[in-house]
Each structure stands twice: as structure tokens, then as C-alpha cells.
Design a protein around this ligand. Sequence first.
Ligand SMILES: Cc1cc2nc3c(=O)[nH]c(=O)nc-3n(C[C@H](O)[C@H](O)[C@H](O)COP(=O)(O)OP(=O)(O)OC[C@H]3O[C@@H](n4cnc5c(N)ncnc54)[C@H](O)[C@@H]3O)c2cc1C
Length: 288
Amino acid sequence: MEALVVGGGIVGLNVALALREAGWGVTLVDPQNRRGLAVAMVNPVRGRRGSVVPEAGEALPLAAAVYGRFLPLHRGVRRPVEPELRAKWRRKLEQSQVAHAWREGDVWLPEAFWVEARTLRARMAAGLPRVLGRAVAWGATQVQLAGGRVLRADRVVWAAGAEGASMTGVGGRYSAGSQLLVAEHFPVASAHGVYAASHAVGGSYLPHSERYTPHVTRYGEVAWMLAKARDLLGFSPTPTGVWAGVRWRTEGRYLYQRGGGWVIGGFGSTAYLLAPLYARRLVERLSG
Ligand SMILES: Cc1cc2nc3c(=O)[nH]c(=O)nc-3n(C[C@H](O)[C@H](O)[C@H](O)COP(=O)(O)OP(=O)(O)OC[C@H]3O[C@@H](n4cnc5c(N)ncnc54)[C@H](O)[C@@H]3O)c2cc1C
């Protein structure tokens, strides 16, 4: 069986590799080799109130197993928690399957990790057949590219992220943000307002939007990230570059059947955590 996977980001790559492991022939379709997110956190505890991703117990070890085949994982995330929120965090973490320990006012998450995301994606993509092209229409067994070329396969999977979401009919919302590259290096990740890991500081203070618009980093975002980083780290890191992107978030469902083809996505900031799990679920459905 042959599959076309539209989108060569972390989600499309997870799908392509899971399909290949299940014995499928796979071709990725993407118009570009993008630089993309530089450093990815794989952290199941989210937000100021410490919400735990519902499937973290299954998703986190799987993500570690999949990515650990390609590069070293940098384990452990330090998460300061405000005193008035600690009781809530304790309850949520105790009810979850997420390993954690309290160190004074901080939560230490020993299984959460960060990865060099550009290296990871390049290594995952190595050896996967790829057609450089932009899909302008798609269906159960074919994809039409800009310029008119038509590709065919037994199955089509749409994994084209925020940029391609409008061609799925799935809905959802979009949140733009930036990752600052900095001169300093943080071997141990920490997060509060922003996250700092490796040579990056990431976060987002812009409002959600109902439509996808390509994002360009604004001056105010950089100032906000540096102020949050100063609160977290005790000093203001030195920016050396920036990556701007858009998250696509749907409401807790990440697999959709559309016109006989499949859509996977909408993971928001948990794409690196959840993509390996949902790629496997998708392959089970395609193979079943
Ligand atoms: C500031 C910021 C920080 C973030 N930090 C993290 C983090 O620490 N951890 C984490 O897990 N997530 C993080 N995210 C979210 C993460 O970047 C995305 O959720 C993730 O990249 C989504 O992966 P994807 O493969 O679905 O989409 P993408 O990475 O957007 O890849 C989609 C691919 O599809 C291609 N494509 C689009 N349209 C078409 C088309 N018509 N035809 C063919 N190909 C097409 C694009 O070229 C692209 O390569 C962050 C996002 C932002 C903005």
C-alpha cells in the first residue's frame, strides 16, 4: 500500500515513519525545507494552572522512544509555581501519571524533555521520498499540486499544519508566537510564562485568531519574552535570532476523516508530545 503525506513538519514526519514501520510505501509532499521551530519542549504540564495533557502517560514515553532513536533527549523541566497555586498543582499532578517532585517552590518533571527540533526533523526526514510541491486540492487517493501535476496513492494523509488547515474544513483557532534564539545555553529547561531550553526562549502573548495569517515577530513580543525570561532566569538573555510561527489548535480531537482522506493536526503546543501517539493511531485506522 502507498500513502501520500502532505506536510513535512513534525506531524507529517511522525505519520510517514509510522506508516513505513507498518510496511507502507510513503511519499512526503511539501513545497519547502523549512527551518521551523529550533527547540521543542516535550512537556505534558501546561499553563499557569498546571493542566496535565490527558494522554500524557502514554504519549510521553512513546515520544521519548521515537525521538530518542534520532538524537539525545535532554530530560528534566523545572517549573516554578506561585504559592497560591501550589495546592491545585499538587492535586492535578497526584491524579496524573506524570512523574514529578517538589523542590522548594518548584515542580521538577524528570521525564519531560527538550530536543533540538531542527536536527530531529532533518534526521527523521532522511531517506523519506519527498515531492517538492504545494498541494492545492486533495481527496481520498490523490493530491493536485500547484502547476497541475497530480499524485496518486492508496491513501492520502493531510498533515500540513496551521498553514494548510484552511484546506481541511476542520476549524480550530490559531495562535502566533516567536522563539528567540539567544547567546546563552540552558542545558536544563525551565518554564514559567516563557520556556528557556538549549539556546532558545519561547512563548506567546498574542491573542488567538480564527484565521491563519503568516506571522512576523513584533517588537513588543521580543520585549515581552525578554522580560519574562528575566523573571524566570534572573537575567535577560542576549538575542541572536528569531523564528516566528503559528500554532493550530483544535478541541482535543486530532484525527479527522474528510472526503475519504485523513487529517491529522491541531495539537497546538503539544505537537511534539502527541504526534507520535496520534500517528500510530492513524496508521492503525488506515491499516485496519
Ligand atoms: C513560538 C512557538 C513555540 C512553540 N513551541 C513548541 C514546543 O516547544 N513544543 C511543541 O510541541 N510545539 C511547539 N510549538 C507548536 C509547534 O511549532 C507546532 O504545533 C508544530 O510545528 C505543528 O507541526 P505540524 O507538522 O502540524 O505543522 P508545521 O510544522 O507547520 O508543518 C506543516 C508543513 O506542511 C507544509 N504545508 C503547508 N501547506 C501545504 C500545502 N498546501 N501543500 C504541501 N505542504 C504544505 C508546510 O510547508 C510545513 O512544512 C510552538 C509554536 C510556536 C509558534
